[in-house]
Design a binder for this molecule. Structure first.
Ligand code: CP
Ligand code: NVA
Length: 314
């Protein structure tokens, strides 16, 4: 497996990645997974390098998959929440990242404001990896694309309906990756939760090139008909807790239940980035059904994290 040809860079949104580069990340992810199941979990290709994780919000999948990925590639890992750093006492991000750039080889950060990642990327001299911001969740989208590739046998011409908060980080990153790869991404939910104009403009060129399409509708039945994937995420993302009541009220009609899966058609699988709020955006029976591929999705966070680190840092 050659890891040579990838340019050293940040991974903040995937908007600046060519479709061929995304396919390459996914191919390397598949190879990482194959090696993993062949008993070769430890690859040591990044021996002696250090990954730092800075998380402003809780995380299970992103934190642990990145840590294990880094360790299995031979890296050292340092985890910190900002309150343990001088950041928590007001040291500017731009100062912090210039100092950390002298110690570690990459920073993966989970932040409330996407602008914090942009500031890190502007001032840091090491790759900055978005471990989730209010706007994007690129590592999740990569794992999702890998899962769809494995289960549907295709990376192109995928029809995916995202139900609920269509402007949340996960939905926005699915739009970005879908536009690159030529998917039909349907955003199904109240108009107030449709993706913002700026993002839709940013993906226009990719859509033209790939033949992909973004459809937005408030009509649940119409939106899920004949899709490959029914996808949802929590109605109240981290950082939006003050809107909880309003969101539950406005998104309440858009729960993914067995009836929705039936309308979607027999071939549709159910996906969720997790953690899920059973009884809100999805019912327990859908999540636990044979059509749910959420555990494969979660597993693929590890293989894609390994590919990302190997390609960005080797
Ligand atoms: N899907 C995801 O990013 O989960 P965590 O919040 O547990 O990292
Ligand atoms: N949209 C969710 C994703 C969690 C992985 C959130 O931001 O809380």
């Amino acid at each position: 497996m050659s890891l040579r040809s990838f340019k050293r860079r940040h991974l903040l949104t995937l908007l600046d990645y060519a479709p061929s580069e995304i396919v390459r990340i996914l191919e390397v992810s598949r190879e990482m997974k194959r090696l993993y199941y062949a008993g070769m979990r430890s690859l040591d290709v990044l021996r002696g390098r250090t990954l730092m994780l800075i998380f402003e919000k809780p995380s299970t999948r992103t934190r642990v998959s990145l840590e294990v990925a880094a360790l299995e590639l031979g890296m050292n890992v340092i985890y910190s929440n900002p309150s343990e750093l001088q950041l928590g006492r007001g040291e500017p991000i731009k100062d912090t990242i210039r100092v950390l750039s002298r110690y570690v080889d990459a920073v993966a950060a989970r932040v409330f404001r996407h602008e914090s990642l942009e500031e890190m990327a502007r001032y840091g001299t090491i790759p900055i990896i978005n471990a989730l911001s209010d706007k994007y969740h690129p590592l999740q989208a990569l794992a999702d694309a890998l899962t769809i590739w494995e289960i549907k046998g295709k990376l192109k011409d995928v029809k995916l309906a995202f139900i609920g908060d269509g402007n949340c980080n996960v939905a926005r990153s699915l739009i970005v990756i879908g536009a690159k790869l030529g998917w039909e991404v349907r955003i199904v939910g109240p108009r107030r939760y449709w993706p913002d104009e700026k993002l839709l403009k940013e993906v226009q060129e990719d859509l033209k090139r790939s033949g992909g399409n973004i459809v937005m509708t408030e009509d649940l039945e119409h939106g899920v008909k004949n899709v490959d994937v029914v996808y949802t995420d929590v109605w109240v993302s981290m950082g939006f807790e003050s809107e909880t009541e309003q969101r539950i009220r406005e998104l309440g009609k858009y729960q993914v239940n067995m009836n929705v899966m039936k309308i979607a058609g027999d071939d549709a699988v159910f996906m969720h980035c997790l953690p899920a709020k059973r009884g809100q955006e999805v019912t327990d029976d859908v999540l636990e059904s044979s059509r749910s591929v959420v555990w494969d999705q979660a597993e693929n966070r590890l293989h894609t994290a390994k590919a990302v680190l190997a390609l960005l840092l080797s």
